[in-house]
Write a protein that binds this ligand. Structure first.
Ligand code: PCA
Length: 200
């Protein structure tokens, strides 16, 4: 069994992205699963193609895309991706869509095929703040989640997939005033490892 985890490059005024920092610290194996990772550009145009390439190269059974949700106080299991892009800041390529569909003829939304409630419960049982979120936003993370679920649906891929948002790392939060909610990077990494463990 193979699990593909993706994380994003930094964006906005950040110099790191805890989503990628955390997934690169995961072990190569958890239980009987092999873990592989990919780094996704924070770009409306390029994120989908990079994910698609990673799917073709690795042919995973499970895909977990991970992104940073600044200000969150726990790890969020995203339940739904909507067919909308509406950016409050430009992406890393300077693109800033306003109220545009991701796919003009696509469905309004896709549900995660990961067991989001079960995952949040597993983390909480292990002392890691986690919850189910009903919106992945309208920026590049929602775009990537929608694209992933669309590819799985359209190409009938034998894959379950979804999206997890992680808080700022404590290092990121320490550099801001006022200090936002955050989580230690080791704890974020542990949370993602537990999610994989629960799935496999
Ligand atoms: N978070 C952004 C995009 C990249 C990331 O890590 C988001 O929530 O859309």
């Amino acid at each position: 069994m193979k699990v593909l985890l993706t994380g994003f490059e930094p964006f906005g005024s950040e110099t790191v992205n805890p989503s990628y920092e955390a997934i690169r610290q995961l072990p190569e194996h958890i239980g009987r699963a092999e873990l592989v990772t990919a780094r996704i550009p924070v770009s409306f145009e390029q994120s989908g193609p990079v994910l698609k390439e990673a799917l073709a190269i690795h042919r995973p059974d499970i895909v977990i895309c991970v992104g940073q949700a600044g200000g969150y106080s726990g790890i969020a299991m995203e339940r739904v991706a909507i067919n909308l892009q509406d950016a409050s800041i430009p992406d890393n390529c300077g693109v800033q869509p306003s109220e545009q569909p991701i796919l003009p003829d696509g469905p309004a939304a896709y549900f995660s095929s990961l067991p989001v409630k079960k995952l949040a419960a597993a983390l909480r049982q292990n002392g890691i703040p986690a919850f189910v979120s009903n919106s992945a936003g309208t920026y590049v993370c929602n775009h990537l989640m929608y694209t992933l679920l669309h590819l799985i649906d359209r190409d009938h891929l034998p894959v379950i997939g979804g999206f997890i948002h992680v808080p700022y790392s404590t290092r990121q939060a320490a550099a801001k005033t006022p200090v936002p909610a955050s989580m230690d990077l080791a704890q974020i990494t542990r949370g993602l490892a537990l999610a994989v463990e629960t799935l496999v």
